[in-house]
Design a protein around this ligand. Structure first.
Ligand code: GTP
Ligand code: MG
Length: 333
């Protein structure tokens, strides 16, 4: 009896998660009739994941439903996806399932606990020429590798805020790891962000692409450049930080909901105290202060060698690793 009941429970839950995955079944959510479902779909909320990570305001604005109903819809979507309270052993299981992308350098991978993680943001920050963009390129290649080679067999989405993306470099790196260069380029979806609003919009639009393609990595290089240029000085600091936080939260939610890695870069000066002269952007530019994630500070050594320092990791010890930027890409020094 108990057994039957339990299996029936499991079964119905499976049916829910399968059925409600796509549009049609949005009508299963409380307060969602065919008209609202259509509005949701038109606004880009075509799956439970998309709804679960939305804010009530966002959803209300997009569809014209009241914020309180929006809140109920979101809560139901979260419940269906099991995003509420859970026991710690389940959290542990989920931690074991977190994906990792190799950086190409074993030392750097070790520093990061096995590579760049999914479900979170990793920030690479440092002065010009420290290898931030090179690491981004390498990860776009490596995410495509088979799992036993340190990849996630997925595609990358590249938001280029500085115009420094180089397909030729991708092709070189692809050849070096035995991937077909042209195919590797086809698996990278690219957009140039022309200002901070555009950058934020691209991140919001990413959701649709993630669902359509198997995106396992989102790169934003650099995440701070536009914000800095558009909101200079002390007076604009609060507004800048507020917008940047919103942007980062969009990215964090994508990482979490779709089990993908988000990598952002942030150029900082060697003497941040002098350059910034403010508390929020203190040493190294504290952009991830309010979002979970790993922060990696890069410095130049002689020649092509670089040193990476893990800062503020939620669970890894603070330590350093040396790597090199070679013809083949990021490698151990
Ligand atoms: P900013 O964006 O200016 O803040 O710098 P960054 O941290 O993004 O630096 P980037 O990743 O562009 O690293 C530049 C370094 O990578 C330079 O020192 C170059 O020597 C090296 N590099 C760039 N392209 C190549 C290449 O094709 N081959 C090799 N061997 N090295 C390269
Ligand atoms: Mg760069």
């Amino acid at each position: 009896m108990t057994r039957r009941k339990r299996s029936a429970g499991t079964e119905s839950k499976e049916v829910i998660s399968k059925k409600t995955k796509k549009v049609k079944i949005l009508t299963d959510l409380p307060g969602v009739g065919p008209v609202t479902a259509e509005k949701l779909r038109e606004a880009g909320y075509s799956s439970l994941e998309a709804i679960a990570i939305a804010s009530p305001q966002e959803l209300a604005e997009a569809t014209g439903i009241s914020p309180s109903i929006a809140q109920k819809i979101i809560a139901a979507a979260r419940e269906a996806l099991d995003l509420g309270f859970k026991t710690a052993d389940k959290v542990y299981e989920e931690r074991l399932r977190v994906g990792r992308i190799t950086t190409g350098s074993r030392n750097l991978d070790r520093l990061l606990g096995g590579g760049v993680e999914t479900k979170t943001i990793t920030e690479f920050y440092g002065e010009f020429g420290t290898g931030k963009t090179q690491i981004c390129h390498q990860l776009c290649v490596n995410v495509q590798l088979p799992k036993d080679k340190g990849g996630l067999e997925g595609k990358a989405l590249y938001i280029d805020c500085e115009g420094t993306f180089r397909p030729e470099r991708i092709m070189d790196m692809a050849k070096a790891v035995g991937l077909d260069p042209k195919q590797t380029l086809r698996n990278i979806i690219y957009a140039r962000a022309y200002n901070s609003d555009h950058q934020m919009l691209l991140a919001e639009q990413a959701r649709d692409l993630i669902e359509e393609h198997n995106i396992k990595l989102i790169v934003v290089d650099s995440v701070t450049g536009h914000f800095r240029a558009e909101y200079p000085g002390r007076e604009a600091l609060a507004e800048r930080q507020q917008k940047l936080n919103r942007h980062l939260h969009t990215l964090v939610r994508l990482a979490d909901a779709y089990d993908l890695a988000v990598v952002v870069t942030n150029q900082v000066m060697a003497r941040p105290d002098v350059f910034w002269g403010d508390a929020v952007m203190a040493v190294g530019g504290h952009i991830l202060a309010h979002v979970p994630g790993a922060r990696v500070y890069l410095r130049k050594l002689k020649g092509n060698k670089r040193v990476a320092r893990l800062v503020d990791s939620p669970y890894l010890p603070e330590s350093e690793a040396i790597f090199a930027i070679t013809e083949e890409g990021i490698r151990d020094a």
